[in-house]
Design a protein around this ligand. Structure first.
Ligand SMILES: [Zn+2]
Length: 113
């Protein structure tokens, strides 16, 4: 997870760092069960609500795919679950932004979240 964060553009890292709502905590990693990703959910500033994204199969995925999934979720967070530029579909926007960071969706990969 940190390996992915460090590869994001400095501007994006600062966006996360400066947003007190953005919190990442890697829950216990359980082989076969995966791990939990905690993130600030979009909302009015100060709302402070969080959502949990569970990726039970992530632990079994190739590293490149796992990194792509994490980058995709970071992209959602950076875009506050909105579109990116002319891309209004939030999933396409997250994919496009993650790709711009160098995390391309691996061939045959599929993720929605
Ligand atoms: Zn998504």
């Amino acid at each position: 997870m940190i390996a992915v964060l460090e590869r994001l553009p400095e501007l994006v890292q600062r966006d996360f760092h400066d947003d007190p709502r953005f919190r990442i905590a890697l829950e216990k990693f359980v082989p076969g069960e995966g791990w939990s990703l905690w993130m600030a959910s979009p909302g009015p500033v100060g709302s402070g609500s969080r959502c949990v994204v569970l990726r039970p199969k992530l632990a079994d995925c190739p590293e490149a795919f796992a990194h792509y999934v994490i980058a995709h979720e970071f992209a959602h967070a950076h875009l506050h679950n909105g579109g990116w530029g002319e891309i209004t579909d939030i999933e396409e926007a997250a994919d496009a932004l993650a790709a711009s960071w160098g995390f391309l969706q691996p061939m045959g990969g599929f993720v929605r979240g």
